[in-house]
Design a protein around this ligand. Sequence first.
Ligand code: GLN
Length: 493
Amino acid sequence: MAAPQAGHDLHQKTLAELSAALHERVVSSEELTRVFLDRIERFNPILNCFTTITREHALAQAKAADRRLKSGQGGPLTGLPIAHKDIFCTLGVKTACGSRMLDSFIAPYNATLIEHMHDAGMVMLGKTNMDEFAMGSSNETSYYGPVKNPWDPERVPGGSSGGSACAIAAQIAPAATGTDTGGSIRQPASLCGITGLKPTYGRVSRYGMIAFASSLDQGGPMAHTAEDIAMLLKVMAGFDKRDSTSVDRPVPDYTARLNDDIQGLTIGLPKEYFGEGVDSEIQALIDAAIKVFETLGAKARTISLPNTHLSIPAYYVVAPAECSSNLARYDGVRYGYRCKDPRDLADLYCRSRGEGFGAEVKRRIMIGTYALSAGYYDAYYLKAQQIRRLISEDFKKAFEDVDLIVGPTSPTVAFKLGEKTDDPVTMYLSDIYTVSVNLAGLPGLSMPVGFVGGLPVGLQIIGNYFSEARLCNVAHRFQQETEWHRMRPEGFS
Ligand code: GLN
């Protein structure tokens, strides 16, 4: 098992440190980009976290960034490399979403989030591996094979943004994008020992982000530190007229509030998030983290989110229902995989979808179609929507008394590859602490707070709507007091 080590080389630095190095001319964007491209070449065969490497594209962007920096036109992110989850459409670059269905799909346009990153002068290193159509908690449903956890390559990195989390943890990308429908940014961040933020629903445009469950999906940043997350979110966030659910509200300067005092802040500890289901060693690390917040002046108190136990059943009706509708577009006619020599139209549909989708995606399409069918709509979908409302109400009530809610991100550390693949329900329980946040549309951040058996443990901080600045602030203050975010796995130095 890898022992945590603190490191100082270029690839081990945070985005904020690399940004300073670029602006001080200690290194050029091209040099920096080559460092990471070389590391991808070296370590990707072991980890499988990238599905597409955009070397030429990256070097061209890096050269352009260097010109921009030289002319004094560069912003804080100009010239910094980033990896993008393969769920975001990237113009002229393969965008496969972890699926055979899209294995030959070259996106004809950029997602808004990608556009924002390009405009800021960031350099795209490539596209990261993920669970097929973001359905999974271990990255094992990918058509491109599983991703390995750099802390122990026999274990999963979490999912569905497992490739992004792995790339950061192994320092083959300093930052990455992810998406979170039920925990896919926070849970892999937790299992790989990095920081990740799922923004408030509507904060970041979903345009060009391949849809899984549209009322839950939200893109967000993944990096080593909360400071880096704040830098990235500032560029990602904002209203987009091409996404009807994006919210027209000014984007604050998330970095400006990083050092705010947290004296007097109240932190709620939901009694439903502690106890039985949580490993006792994880619990001890969460308790220690809460102590750090208390030494910074915050006050912790127990609260209740009484409908927590209903969040997994509600999510696993709502998400498959929306997925069954969203994935109807992959029919073998318009774009994506088409089966060979179809006999007739029905055969074309059946075989294209049968051969193009993997088992988990099919399972969800079937569950979702069933839940939405005329005879069962009221019993399942409508009920799940009612529960969703109750879960939102729980949070609303809690936020009348506390500023933030804190607990574990995941009930366990990274599990072994193959350990849960035969038992979908056990796999679904990996998301027990994350899905309710999506059902309510709230923001949530996960950051590393220690190790159990050499494997990282994450703490989740949930805030009220649009409280991303506060989440970054609290996590940043914590990271100034601790070294967990500086730990790097052995074997990738
Ligand atoms: N693991 C959850 C699922 O399988 C969440 C996935 C996600 O957030 N994209 O649906």
